[in-house]
Design a protein around this ligand. Structure first.
Ligand code: ATP
Length: 357
């Protein structure tokens, strides 16, 4: 669609048809999940080279490590990333996940939440794309205590950023065959900020995307509708914080943090990761984590790079493992191990490779 590597400002590091990708494995289960991605890429002969970057996520680590990671992503244009843990008891430590998205101006966060046959979920037939503004709003990170006991947190929105996320969402809908766009807001209370968001979305829908059905919904009602009748939604367009919360509701509805991937896309760079920010610390080394979300992040990345054949091979293997062979890890109420899941995915890809040669 609209977001192609060819629009990158600088030529990306690409040698002999191979694409180099920055890997920030992150904390918790990140590193072991990255190994799963590397294995499926290798078995499916995806022409990808990995540049592993160590990111020091400890509080007080300083900026050098983060700067190095940013430069690596700017060089390659593309990154795969695990969650970087943020301790929230220290007000001086800001989220590195947020810092990365703002510094690289990855303004669009895209999640595709879809129920998977034979995976237990609270509702059937959910198929929602969630597009969230990823750089401003409540995440501007500007807070101060004016006098003791009084804190101001600044929510900053700009017409420019609203316009580009709205355009991204409408274009995405057109290019991916989505029929209806629902803009989610709280303009009844945040008259100016969310009012601007709603107005920009409405105007753009009317003037430039009249082939799409457009509706708008207040975030509290949207939350209720999500848990009561999520099938009504097709593509949801949201400001930053509401998008974060609704994304987590959507992921929870279709099977939890182990299942859904998320893309962060800007005009110049793209970072692929899981849909929700979970680290899974208690699962590390136990062979219990569900690798689906990470594998799908790898599939999203392959599609973005137009390596559709490799993407489909890996996606097909994951889907058949979940749907047909019903190899489900404990988060999906199954009793299978990560390694059993991976064995099934790898065997499936090998089978496909054989039939190709
Ligand atoms: P934990 O309780 O594992 O230390 P945490 O406190 O860091 O995790 P999160 O990382 O936010 O919490 O995860 C929320 C829940 O989702 C936890 O129960 C975690 O084990 C589970 N979880 C996260 N990712 C996965 C995954 N890929 N597969 C299975 N379960 C997962």
């Amino acid at each position: 669609g609209e977001f192609l590597a060819s629009s990158l400002r600088l030529p990306v590091a690409k040698y002999g048809g191979r694409q180099t990708v920055t890997v920030l494995a992150g904390d918790g289960i990140g590193p072991e999940m990255m190994e799963c991605i590397k294995r499926v890429f290798s078995v499916s002969h995806a022409p990808i080279d990995f540049e592993d970057i160590e990111l020091d996520s400890r509080p007080g680590a300083g900026d050098a490590s983060m700067n190095n990671a940013i430069i690596a992503i700017e060089r390659n244009g593309i990154a795969l990333k695990g969650n970087i843990e943020t301790k929230f008891d220290d007000p001086t430590v800001h989220s590195r996940n947020v810092e990365l998205r703002t510094r690289l101006d990855l303004y669009a966060n895209v999640l595709h939440c879809q129920t998977v046959r034979n995976v237990p979920s609270r509702h059937k037939d959910i198929d929602i794309v969630i597009i969230r503004e990823n750089t401003e709003g409540e995440y501007s990170g500007l807070e101060h205590e004016t006098v003791p006991g009084v804190v101001e947190s600044l929510k900053i929105v700009t017409r420019r950023n609203i316009e580009r996320i709205a355009r991204f969402a409408f274009d995405y809908a057109v290019n991916h065959g989505r029929k209806k766009v629902t803009a989610v807001h709280k303009a009844n209370i945040m008259k100016l900020g969310d009012g601007l968001f709603l107005r920009v979305c409405k105007e753009m829908a009317q003037k430039e995307y009249s082939q799409l059905q457009f509706e708008h919904m207040i975030v509290d009602n949207a939350s209720m509708q999500m848990v009561a009748r999520p099938q009504q939604f097709d593509l949801m367009l949201m400001p930053n914080l509401y998008g974060n919360i609704i994304s987590n509701i959507a992921c929870g509805l279709v099977g939890g943090p182990g299942l859904v991937s998320g893309m962060n896309i800007g005009d110049h760079y793209a970072v692929f990761e899981t849909g929700t920010r979970n680290t899974g610390t208690s699962l590390v080394g136990k062979d219990l984590a569900n690798p689906t979300a990470f594998l799908r992040a790898g599939v999203d990345m392959l599609r973005y790079l137009r390596l559709n054949e490799h993407a489909e091979m890996i996606e097909g293997a994951v889907v058949r493992t979940l749907e047909d062979r019903q190899i489900h890890t404990p988060d999906l109420h199954g009793s299978h191990r990560t390694s059993e899941f991976m064995d099934s995915v790898i065997a499936d890809i090998e089978e496909q490779m054989k039939s190709k040669h």
